[in-house]
Design a protein around this ligand. Structure first.
Ligand SMILES: Nc1ncnc2c1ncn2[C@@H]1O[C@H](COP(=O)(O)OP(=O)(O)OP(=O)(O)O)[C@@H](O)[C@H]1O
Length: 262
């Protein structure tokens, strides 16, 4: 789906240059669930933003991203769905959630308002928002954090994107809700045949969702492999540190946790 080659991103902060990514080469294969993990500041979000075309204009970007299977340069919202850590980054506080989701479907799929409204309701059912009939009329501030993230996910998939990017989409949620959102993402990705790029600092969550994991550190891709390979036999001491930082040093629970209810 996407071949990232020698991607280098440098931000400007005041008069200083901040190197966020250095020579990253990574393939995202159509239909796979790929996790990018690493500590805060390792460049994960920068990678996600670069893929989505959301880097600030002031950043200096080198290298390239080649797309295949889309027939065009991907359009954010249409071909790429993006879920942020903070759902308020993608939701309008003064528009009902039904209209926000419908707007995405209308803009990108050319639906009429009534078709788009019906699609919004169906999407709210799919993300398991309680009482979708009245929820379409609610505003974001009337929802809990988990419910708001469900709405943001509904909006992200409203136009049927091929690639879903979830950037720390569960980090602001408590553990139970986090597990529910992870299960929901897994289910939606399977049902819609989407490719998933799951960005997280949490190797356990990554292992729950992803078939492949790429480990970032200080803007560099230090290790990549299958989830089982990374969890059972990491080649880098840094990856081992991430694993050891997770409660329960035994890797088995990371790979065999039964999926919770969505
Ligand atoms: N808009 C920006 N302007 C300047 N520097 C930035 C900007 N965004 C990120 N950085 C810096 O780039 C580096 C990589 O940040 P990035 O957000 O990509 O990492 P991350 O792994 O996603 O971390 P986190 O999980 O904390 O978001 C960090 O040093 C960060 O301070």
């Amino acid at each position: 789906m996407a071949s990232i080659r020698d991607l280098t991103v440098t931000y400007r902060r005041g008069g200083d240059a901040v190197a966020a990514l250095s020579n990253i080469s990574l393939d995202i294969v159509a239909g796979e669930r790929l996790a990018v993990i690493g500590e805060s500041g390792s460049g994960k979000s920068t990678l996600a933003l670069a893929i989505a075309g959301l880097l600030p204009a002031s950043s200096a970007v080198g290298g390239r991203i080649e797309w295949s299977g889309l027939g065009r340069i991907p359009l954010l919202g249409r071909d790429i769905g993006f879920v942020f850590q903070d759902p308020s980054a993608s939701l309008d506080p003064v528009m009902t959630i039904g209209k926000q989701i419908a707007e995405v479907a209308r803009t990108h799929l050319g639906l009429t308002w009534s078709q788009a409204d019906a699609r919004a309701k169906t999407l709210l059912e799919r993300v398991r928002l309680p009482d979708p009939d009245s929820a379409v009329h609610a505003f974001p501030h009337q929802l809990s954090g988990g419910q708001t993230q469900r709405v943001a996910i509904a909006a992200a998939i409203a136009a049927g994107p091929k690639l879903l990017i979830a950037d720390e989409a569960t980090s602001a949620l408590d553990t139970i809700v986090q597990a529910q959102i992870v299960a929901l993402i897994r289910q939606l990705v399977a049902e819609d045949g989407m490719t998933l790029l799951f960005i997280s600092h949490d190797i356990a969550l990554a292992a729950e969702l992803a078939e492949r994991i790429a480990v970032f550190r200080h803007g560099q891709l230090v290790e990549r492999g299958t989830t089982a390979g990374i969890v059972d036999a990491p080649t880098q001491a840094y990856t081992r540190t991430l694993l050891d930082a997770h409660i329960g040093l035994d890797s088995a629970p990371l790979l065999n946790r039964a999926g919770p209810a969505v």
